[in-house]
Ligand binder design. Structure first.
Ligand SMILES: C=C1C[C@]23C[C@@]1(O)CC[C@H]2[C@@]12CCC[C@@](C)(C(=O)O1)[C@H]2[C@@H]3C(=O)O
Ligand SMILES: O=C(O)CCC(=O)C(=O)O
Ligand SMILES: [Fe+2]
Length: 352
């Protein structure tokens, strides 16, 4: 006997003129409170000689940093944003051909954290991993003629974008870990710089997010508060259209305005574990607006799926806070326990 699991689908946003009750959250403040502006916006030029210590400071305090001179061509980023906009502007029926299966990783659908909230989010997502763009593009554009061109340009751009992101992610991982005195020579993180032909490679997952224009942004939530499960996440957000916010201790939700040419790098849960709690896996969310369709491209970088991650800086004064975990195990905890996942892998603290 087969069980039919019903996957909740994103709304057909274009056909909606009034915020449905299913999507109405209790007041989401979208305006930035001037008092809630951080003292320093962490923007680091990666060509600057003291980039590593600036990155380290940002990771320890804010948990994110905006990087410039990152080496990813601006033209490639614009192309990827354009292709993302084009994908989400397809008719709903066409996007639904690639809908993510209940236990699947890739394809079109709601944010995975949706089941943890009683209200729906005002967004749709599309996940790409390990070359999945080719199969999805065939489903999205199945015909020859014009479809063929759309298919090719989508696949080429997404492939190049993932390659650029992987390169930058490796650079950022090296900088972050190096700033803590952990180098690639360390036995436990040899996979950060894999040798040619080595099969134990780091993994990348590309998540395309779309936040359609919303009739009542003060009551809608684009993407609910979460931290990322990755080691680090590289985010590009539409130029000039804000929406990303981070939670600052003692302040509240603070906007992260897009900086022209910069990419946002978040400390993920696995980096928080590796750094034995020193790097802040910052809580963040996305809010929506009434006039502009916003897209973002989030690249999640993590270790090879079967590699155990455990705190690398521990000493007598700071015993390891967490027990070893693979990315896959951690994603499974996250899928069942969401923001409590880290608690599940905490070592018992013995109170004397
Ligand atoms: C590698 C991954 C991180 C992610 C789960 C996923 O398997 C692919 C989508 C990612 C995403 C994007 C939106 C926020 C988030 C919490 C979610 O629901 O899906 C993240 C996941 C994560 O970091 O745990
Ligand atoms: O769209 C954004 O600004 C945030 C996206 C995000 O946090 C994510 O995809 O994990
Ligand atoms: Fe995120």
């Amino acid at each position: 006997m087969s069980t039919n699991i019903v996957v909740p689908l994103p709304l057909d946003f274009e056909s909606v003129t009034k915020l449905p009750n299913s999507h109405a959250w209790t007041l989401v403040t979208t305006d930035s409170d001037p008092a809630a502006t951080p003292d320093t916006v962490p923007v680091v030029d990666l060509l600057c000689p003291n980039a590593a210590s600036l990155v380290r400071h940002a990771c320890e305090t804010c948990g994110y940093v905006q990087v410039t001179n990152h080496g990813v061509p601006s033209d490639l980023i614009s192309q990827a944003e354009l292709q993302t906009g084009r994908l989400f502007s397809l008719p709903t029926q066409q996007k639904l051909r690639t809908v993510r299966s209940p236990n699947g990783l890739t394809g079109y659908g709601l944010a995975r954290i949706s089941p943890f909230f009683s209200k729906r989010m005002w967004s749709e997502g599309f996940t790409i991993a390990a070359g999945s763009q080719a199969e999805h593009a065939r489903q999205l554009w199945p015909h020859d003629d014009d479809d063929h061109d759309h298919r090719d340009s989508f696949c080429n751009v997404m492939e190049m974008y993932q390659r650029g992101m992987m390169r930058l992610a490796e650079k950022m991982a090296g900088l972050m870990l190096g700033s803590l005195g952990i180098t690639a020579a360390h036995e436990d993180i040899k996979w950060v710089k894999p040798k040619n032909g080595c099969s134990n490679n780091p993994q990348g997952v590309l998540q395309l997010n779309s936040y359609p224009v919303c009739p009542d942004p003060t009551k809608a939530m684009g993407l609910a508060p979460h931290s990322d499960s990755s080691l680090l996440t590289i985010l590009h957000q539409s130029n000039g259209i804000g929406g990303l916010q981070v939670k600052e201790e003692g302040i509240g939700w603070v906007p992260v305005h897009p900086v022209n040419g910069a990419l946002v790098v978040f400390v993920g849960d696995l980096m928080h574990i590796l750094s034995n709690g020193r790097f802040n896996n910052v809580l963040h969310r996305a809010v929506v607006n009434e006039t502009h369709h916003r897209v973002s491209l989030a690249y999640f970088y993590g270790p090879p799926m079967d590699v155990k991650i455990s705190p690398l800086i521990d000493n007598h004064d700071h015993p390891p806070l967490y027990r070893p975990v693979t990315w896959q195990e951690y994603l499974d905890f996250k899928a069942t326990h969401f923001n409590e996942a880290l608690e599940l892998i905490k070592n018992d603290v013995k109170v004397m």
